[in-house]
Design a protein around this ligand. Sequence first.
Ligand code: MN
Length: 197
Amino acid sequence: MKTTLYSQPALPYANDALAPVISAETIDYHYGKHEKAYIDNLNKLIAGTEYEDMALEDIIRKSEGGLFNNASQAWNHIFYFFTFSPDGASEPSGELRKAIDLQFGSFENFKKEFVDAGVKLFGSGWVWLACDEDGKLMIIQKQNAGNPLTDGLIPLLTFDVWEHAYYIDYKNRRAEALEKLWDIVDWDVVSSRYDID
Ligand code: MN
């Protein structure tokens, strides 16, 4: 049995660096407790199994039930929190910018459609920007721990719409919570995930 399974990476910014969009208290609970619990559960579930030496993305593609839920939630939260920066690029660039303009009409319209998809997602889940192998972009709603990796797609951006993501700072105002996230998305990170070559 491996002694070191998955560990939680330290965030590349201070816990209060994203305030007031995401408060230090929300980071403490959301990353420090919710995300930590998914990683701890993942480690317990894979210890001594065929999944122990598997890449996390492959566990997500090949598992179901409780293992899928914890593996995907562990991955999704790291992907989500590592998209943000207090001083990142405010707009997409390069090939991603061209694709957004072409497929959504404009960056502004893309942001509107993305937030609308998150607001209309009933219950807990994630709204995603993903692309296929040809670089075609799509906005996808996923319930609970869902992840576009299971559809053979490449995730580019996600907003967490579980209530635990926004209730401390925004109470029930999901639309406002999602719209404010645009202020901290680092589009250099998102653009770098879009590699269609
Ligand atoms: Mn969450």
